[in-house]
Ligand binder design. Structure first.
Ligand code: G16
Length: 543
């Protein structure tokens, strides 16, 4: 039966999820994200948008993830996923914003009609949407609003229940490129197919190499905890002596614990271990974020010094291993790395000077890194915060002969190529370390991080900050960049930049310099400039 658009039905359904007058919604770094109580109308409308996109793309399946990832538990958000498992095409982000900000029901219909006509959408095409959520308490209510939106546009919706963001990306792509599952509920199938694929790929990638010690995983009290536990059980079923994991911060039911003093963002920003982990120098540990798309690794030295193995170190480890395999196999394929302004200066120098690999810098947000990485046969991309993956072009995937090529193929199967995925990244890193028989200490020694610091500044309006040059230069407020430059010039190897967050209501300040003292001083001086310039509303940033 044709799923023709019924505009009256949309109007009626929308009246149950009215837009809050005072809010102007913006599609940020990874979709809409804010306090959960402001999101009902937005999520209803995202259901409509996904239906339109599916119709536009000839009934391909569109994915929707309700999550606020690393943000506090009270926030929520929504990410849209295109049929190939990648983030929503950027042109459509504009439509998402228009829909979210349409004030009345009439305005909403006008926007929908204009999207239909601008894109020559055949209204009679079927539409199908799969959706999932993380463990946030606000999730069920927002999913109900989403379902109303999906029904209002007469699309078919498949609820996948609680999933990690990368599982949703993976399954969306799977449904569009592989044979549709003949039977079984999508909710269970999405888990099974994911575990089966990555467990088997891990087994293949580690070969006969001796397994390493247990890795302790801080799951941020989020969805990564149950999913990693199940994935580890699948690996055990294949071979119970290749992967040992102990999961901590796995309480997904208690209120207030999600991302609280734990998780990848907390560890990366504070450069400290999470709550609940008694880290000694024997431990290898890692932290996921709230929707398990980021991972950072770490350990402590004998003298208690904390050592972070962040996204930059993951990129360096991966690129180094891949380049070696490519050389051994005598393959003529180009490997490149994509970073953002947050990449540690030492990591860029290591990649360019030691590994001799081309490095590009793009704005924050995996959507930007992903597109750039597609320009290489093998494109390695990781944000310093631990969000990233590796893209293998089909040329690299089908090359045959020799162990190195087989290993490359195994690696290409082990990484979730739709999006950064903490669980697949964990197995990927572990397999390289096993192949190399490297400790975390050895991995860390490939280069020494420049002391660096991230500071969040709360201001009354972060949108006055505009950047250029892959976010490394401020264009507005006028004159502020010159003041920052003057400060930076006073520090050896000083570097600092300022940008508005696209996921939190803050301005982010990054600084690095030759010494810890210089770096901290620079970071807080720049943060002070931002605070003064933009009428800071929180406390003045200080150590
Ligand atoms: C999201 C994006 C990342 C980005 C991060 C922080 O991560 O997917 O690419 O680095 O937000 O962005 P911003 O600095 O603009 O707040 P996640 O894990 O929160 O979805």
């Amino acid at each position: 039966m044709a799923q023709i658009i019924d505009y009256n039905k949309i109007k009626e359904a929308s009246a149950k999820h009215p837009k809050l007058k005072e809010i102007n919604y913006t599609y940020g770094t990874a979709g809409f994200r804010m306090k959960a109580e402001y999101l009902e109308s937005v999520i209803f409308r995202v259901g409509i948008l996904a239906g339109l996109r599916s119709k536009k793309l000839n009934s391909k399946v569109i994915g929707i993830m309700v999550t606020a990832s690393h943000n506090p538990e009270a926030d929520n958000g929504v990410k849209l996923v295109d049929p190939n498992g990648e983030m929503l095409e950027q042109r459509w982000e504009g439509y998402a914003t228009q829909l979210a900000n349409a004030q009345s029901e009439e305005d909403l219909i006008t926007v929908i009609k204009s999207i239909v006509s601008q894109n020559e959408i055949d209204e009679s095409k079927n539409a199908i949407v799969v959706y999932a959520r993380d463990t946030r308490p606000s999730g069920p209510k927002l999913i109900a609003a989403l379902e109303d939106g999906i029904k209002a546009i007469n699309a078919v919706g498949e609820n996948l229940g609680i999933k990690t963001t990368p599982q949703l990306h993976y399954f969306t792509n799977y449904l569009n490129c592989c044979e549709k599952p003949a039977e079984g509920r999508y909710e269970e199938l999405a888990d099974k197919l994911y575990y089966e694929k990555f467990a088997n790929a891990f087994y293949k990638a580690v070969g006969d190499n001796q397994r390493l010690s247990t890795v302790y995983i801080d799951a941020a009290n989020g969805v990564g905890a149950p999913k990693l536990r199940e994935l580890a059980e699948w690996i055990d079923k294949i071979n119970d002596n290749i992967f040992k994991v102990t999961i901590i911060n796995d309480d997904i039911n208690a209120r207030g614990k999600l991302n609280f003093q734990c998780g990848a963002d907390y560890v990366k920003t504070g450069q400290n271990p999470p709550l609940g982990l008694n880290l000694t120098c024997e431990h290898r540990a890692a932290s996921l974020d709230g929707d398990a798309d980021r991972i950072v690794f770490y350990y402590v030295e004998g003298d208690g010094t904390f050592r972070l193995l962040d996204g930059d170190k993951i990129a360096a480890l991966s690129a180094g291993f891949i380049i070696e395999l490519v050389k051994t196999a005598g393959l003529d394929i180009n490997v490149g790395v994509v970073q953002t302004a947050y990449a540690n200066g030492s990591s860029t120098a290591y990649l360019e000077e030691e590994l001799k690999v081309p490095v590009s810098c793009v704005p924050t947000g995996v959507k930007h890194l992903h597109h750039k990485a597609q320009e290489y046969d093998v494109g390695v991309y990781f944000e310093a915060n631990g969000h990233g993956t590796i893209l293998f072009s089909s040329e690299a995937r089908t090359a045959e002969q020799e162990t190195a090529v087989k290993k490359l193929q195994a690696l290409s199967e082990l990484i979730n190529q739709t999006v950064g995925d903490a669980l697949s990244d964990l197995l990927f890193v572990e397999s390289i370390l096993m192949n190399r028989q490297w400790s975390f200490q050895k991995w860390n020694s490939i280069y020494t991080d420049m002391p660096n610091r991230l500071v969040k500044v709360v201001v009354s309006n972060r949108h006055i900050f505009k950047t250029t040059n892959a976010e490394r230069t401020l264009v507005e407020p006028k004159g502020l960049q010159e003041k920052i430059d003057k400060l930076v010039a006073q520090y050896k190897n000083g570097r600092s930049f300022v940008r508005p967050s696209g996921t939190e209501d803050v301005v982010r300040v990054y600084a690095e310099a030759s010494t810890r003292e210089d770096c901290d001083e620079l970071a807080f001086k720049v943060a002070g400039l931002v605070y003064d310039e933009a009428g800071g509303t929180g406390g003045r940033p200080s150590e």
